[in-house]
Each structure stands twice: as structure tokens, then as C-alpha cells.
Design a protein around this ligand. Sequence first.
Ligand code: GLN
Length: 551
Amino acid sequence: MKKRAHKFIFVTGGVMSGVGKGIATSSIGALLQAKGFVVNLLKVDPYLNVDAGTMNPTEHGETYVLDSGLETDQDMGNYERFLNRSLSQDDYITSGMVYKHVIEAERALKYGGHCVEAIPHIRDEIIRRFENSAKVNKSDITVVEIGGTVGDYQNIMFIEAARTMKVYHPKDVAFVMVSYMPVPRKLGEMKSKPTQNAIRQLNSYGVNTDIIIARSEVPMDHKRKEKIAISCSVPVEQVISAPDIESVFDVPLNFEKDNLGNILLKLLNLRHKRETVGMKDWETFAARVKSVKKPVHIAIVGKYFNTGDFVLTDAYVSVLEAIKYSAYKLGYKPVIHTVNARDYEGLKVSKSKFQELKKFDGIIVPGGFGESGIEGKLAVICFARENKIPYFGLCYGMQLMVIEYARNVLKLKDANTAEINPKSSALVIDIMPDQKKKIAAGNYGGSMRLGSYSANILKGSMAYEAYGKILIQERHRHRYEVNPDYIKILKEAGLVFSGQSPDGVLMEIAELPKKIHPFFLGTQFHPEFIARPLSPHPLFTAFIKAAVRRK
Ligand code: GLN
């Protein structure tokens, strides 16, 4: 059997979703990377959407954008944050992508008259993508997270592809299952049966896992570890207890304590590298997270999805994370408040309701689409501007900041974006010309201005003070832009466009001078997508600094 250049770890989920498979995968990546290996993380999403761009974020969580412009699941954000590097578009696979490729190849007669079937064609296309991702990243180790739970119909093909790879390369492929061990309150005892059943289900696919990461509310005792080990045919030291902890940033460190990194290297027949990066920086960061005490209160004014008594903030995970990293860096404990934009809409909203906003040290209006909540967001932005509360607008939050300025300072009462009222007599935000054609053709998927673009920063601006350089690269996801016809009068009225596309056509950052407002700045791009624990984003840091100063 040929020795492989790349090693693979497949992470599956057992019992139920939402127990932290993404964090476990990210942590395994961070751990192996610290040991000196080139690691890439790959997310498999079993749904038939070709990418994550067309799904409603209030229900499915944030759409994360890579440098390449691919719209992905929010797990890709965790991967990049834990690895402290950017991943490629080959690191994300959906069933939609795989099937689309195979069906298009069939239509183009690429299968030479054969019957095209799930096995081998779909399976082999999946394997090709796994291998390609390892190759593109020049990885020593590729960690693949297979979305969903073992037993789902949707992810069977991906597990089958992984199984096949293990058959051909038994020494180069390892399996990890992230499972759940409930402690039913009435019983007061940790139960292992659901995990045993999940493993049995995986066995029925011809796969036995090498490692079980058992998530639970409390640490697992040795007795249960042994029970799991014996019933699931896994050595007891390969059953890892992963109880709930205060900070997810401790997970890689806890895995290291449990020797998970070395166990994986042994399973993959990899020798220890002489040069290791180590986890020092990460340790310092993780310690800081727990040591910060002084609070900084930040409000995110958005659209939230309420399910019963619970408010889901998943649509804004990267924003939340970006706030945290900058707050930690400055020695503050971030306290994030969800403010529903719709609560600030209409004439009935009382003055005191607005006064409540003053308790926040800073306000963010994040990205968004469509009409709902817009008037509320505009009212909040106006209040933040007039009351000098630090304000940070992200994408839609920047466009709305420009509309607010046009309405209330330039007195263009009808000012709007073409996204909401294309008939407005003052379209200060308009559709980008190439986007018009795409919409007319009904081409909505993956067709916005997406991914990383460069911009030039204006010297002497707040943006320049934050970045400390002229040329920046930031990730985008939008169809609309500041209408070039209005730039001149907006500038004359005091708004500064401190970031522009290199050709000067697209306005990338708008701000008010520091002597007018402590921090009133919006970006057409999404800085939150490149904020990382070990490298917080300079604009978020500048915003939090202003928020802290207000205290
Ligand atoms: N809806 C706006 C646009 O498409 C803003 C997009 C966003 O906030 N990501 O331009």
C-alpha cells in the first residue's frame, strides 16, 4: 500500500447536534498545529444548498464568507479563529456542491455512457474533494468535520467516503466521535447508552471510531470511561471527557492535558516534529479571557430570532467574537446586549426608551438584508450620533449610517437604499451596476460582491489611526453601495469617506471626524470575519477603546 503524503482525521457527531463538534474540531486543529504540523480544517455540510449564502441567518446562523468569496457555515469562522489563519474554498463541501458537479459532468457526457450512481460516483467525488483540500493546503493533516449526527440519512455518503479512505490507507486515517453523555436530573447519574447506540450505528456503516470525545455537563468518571471503552471497542485512554467549561478557549488546552494530540499522532503514524510552535500565545490569551473583570457594555442592534424564552444570537457570531477579542486585548470583560431593532420603530416609541441606549458604552448595527427593522436601526443610529455614543456600523450598518446622515443632516427626508425603496428621490445607497444584471436574471446564489478586496485608507482619519497603514484587505458581502452621485454633498456635509476601493469608485469606510464624535464609523465590508483571538481586528479595538473611554 502506498504511503500517503496527507493524513486525515474524520470527526463525526453522536447522539445529538449542538454539543460542540465544531469547537472540538477547531481545537484538534489548533493542538496539532501547535505541534508543528501544517493542518487544515474542512467542514462538510450535508444539505443540498450549494453554499450557505441563500439560507436565512436568523434560523440557520451566520453566513460566513471566506477570502475567496465562498459563503459558508459559521463553523468555518471557528476554524479560522482557532487556527489563526485563513482557509481556502476547498475547505468547505456541501452535498449540493458534490451532486451539482456530478450531475453537470453527466450532462456533459463525462461518464462515457456509464450509469451514474451514488456509489461510486458521488463517493469518489467526495474523496476527490477531501484529497484536493489537503493538496491545496499542502497539509500534513486534514481534519474533516462531518456535519450532522451519525444516523442521519444526509451524511451517509460522506461517512462512506471516509470509510473507503481508511480501507485503502488504514495507517493514515483516524476517526473521532464527538458524543454526548446526558445526566438526567431525576436519575442524577451519567448515562452512556446513547453514546453506545451512536457508536453501534457508526459500526453498522463499517466504521469504528478511534477516539470518543464525550461531551457532558460534568466530568466523566473512570468507571464510565471504562464502560464506554469496553462497549465501544476503544482503548480507555482514547475516551476523552469534555465537560462544560467556562471558556471554549480552554478546550485545546484541556485536550492537550488529556494527551489527545499525541494519541492522534500515534494513530496516524506521525513522528513528533522537532520544531513546535507550542501553545504559549494561546495559553496567555485563554488566561486573559478568565482574568478580565471590568465590564464594557456593547449593544448589537439587530434582528433576533426568538424561540419561546430564548433569543438566538447565532446570526451574529463573528461580530460577538470580534468584540470579545478586542475587549480582552484592552483588559475588559465584554458584556453584549441584544437590542431588537423593531423595538425602536414607529412614533409610539417613548423618549425614555431611547434614553435607555445611554447605558451602553457602544452600539453596533451589524450586516443585514431587507426592510424589517430598518427604521428602528436608523432611529438608534441617529440617537448614537446626536448623543455621541460610540457607533460602529458593519455593512448594512454603514449604509444605514449614510442614509441617517442624509436624512437628518442633509435634510434629504426621502433618502433611502434601492434595496428598500428603489423609487426614493434620494437614493444615497444604490445597487452596484453589475449586480443589477444578476438580479434581473434571477441569479441570487453566490452572486453578491463577495470575498476579499483591497481598499485604501485616508491618512489622518480614525480608520488610519486604527490600521496604521494605507493598504488593507477586507471581506465583503453586499449588492449595494454608496451612490457616487451623492458622495460630494455627503462630504460637504461633514461625512468623511476614509476608505475607498483602489480605483476610488466604491466607498468602503465612512466616519465622522474625532472632534465631532468620539467614534462614528461604518464599513462597507465585514471586519468581523478576520478578527481572531490572537489577532483582534484594529477597528473593533478602536471602537472598544472609544467605548471604554465613554465609561
Ligand atoms: N443588504 C445590504 C447589501 O446587500 C447589506 C449587506 C450586508 O449587510 N451584508 O448591500
